[in-house]
Design a protein around this ligand. Structure first.
Ligand code: NAP
Length: 253
């Protein structure tokens, strides 16, 4: 099978690429680093010629609803248009567990992505996962200095490696619109994970938690991001991951 991984140089993308190569698939990586800017769409059609499945794990640092919606809708639209023209049989996209009621900020972009896919003509599967174990480091990376003020966030972090493997499993199967959600093995709280991370990295940083107001903040604190019901549960806990080889992003400074 020829599989294109849009965002294949990113955190989860690299795991999806490794998983696909490990199964003997031909893999094509689409990213600005490999010469394809999916917000412009230039060159995407040529790149997708002969591709069977696209796995979309692109990402943006945008935090406003408007910018996040614009990024995810534009990238998805450009991919789907090229996929329809070149005969791609399956579009697989990674989204986030529990965002249905959090139509704000970054999550508004993810909802726009899901809607764009569902309204398109390419057979698809939307895969939702919880936050990766790297989430605490990512959030602290946005806050330089000795104090990290983090929003109250109830989560259930999952291994990005396991998500990458799951994306490949889905890509190898038939399109099914929505796959089972993949969540981590334990309920956690963002600030607790950040404190463990800081201690592990040997960094002097005081982690404080506050209730972020608004739809986005209430969503983070609601527990919705932990998912519920019939889900697949990953194996790697945050503590397992912290001491493992899977830590792809640099320790916080
Ligand atoms: N982080 C989490 O906790 C989490 C949890 C669940 C789901 N997700 C979802 O997983 C996806 C991937 O997240 P991640 O943390 O792995 O992302 P990431 O590490 O930030 O990687 C993003 C990837 O997208 C590519 N990219 C960005 N802008 C692009 C553009 N204009 N054109 C082409 N490629 C572009 C990047 O490559 P270049 O910079 O070279 O372009 C990179 O390969 C996201 O959609 C996110 O919503 C994340």
């Amino acid at each position: 099978m020829k599989i294109a991984v849009a965002g294949g140089t990113g955190l989860v993308g690299r795991f999806a690429v490794t998983a696909a190569e490990g199964q003997g698939h031909e893999v094509l990586v689409l990213s600005r680093g490999t010469g394809i800017d999916l917000t412009s769409g230039e060159g995407v059609m040529e790149a997708l010629t002969g591709v069977d499945v696209v796995i979309d794990v692109t990402n943006t640092a945008a935090v406003s609803s408007e910018s996040a919606r614009k990024f995810f809708a534009t990238v998805t639209d450009n991919l789907l248009r090229a996929e329809a023209a070149t005969g791609v049989k399956h579009h697989v996209a990674l989204s986030i567990v529990g965002i249905d009621k959090i139509d704000d900020g970054y999550y508004a972009g993810k909802l726009a992505q899901e809607q764009t896919i569902a309204q398109g003509t390419v057979p698809y599967t939307i895969v939702r996962a919880t936050q990766f174990h790297e989430f605490a480091t990512q959030q602290m990376g946005r806050i330089p200095g000795p104090i990290a003020l983090l929003p109250r966030c109830l989560m259930r972090p999952v291994s990005a490696r396991e998500v990458g493997r799951y994306l490949l499993d889905i890509a190898e199967g038939e399109p099914r619109r929505r796959a089972q959600d993949l969540v981590g093995p334990r309920n956690e709280v963002l600030a607790d994970l950040a404190r463990k991370q800081v201690s592990f990295d040997g960094v002097k940083k005081l982690v404080l938690e506050f209730p972020l107001p608004g739809i986005f903040g209430r969503g983070l604190a609601s527990g919705d991001l932990r998912g519920g019901g019939e889900t697949l549960v990953g194996e790697t806990t945050f503590d397992d991951w912290l001491g493992s080889q899977d830590r792809h992003i640099k320790p916080i400074s």
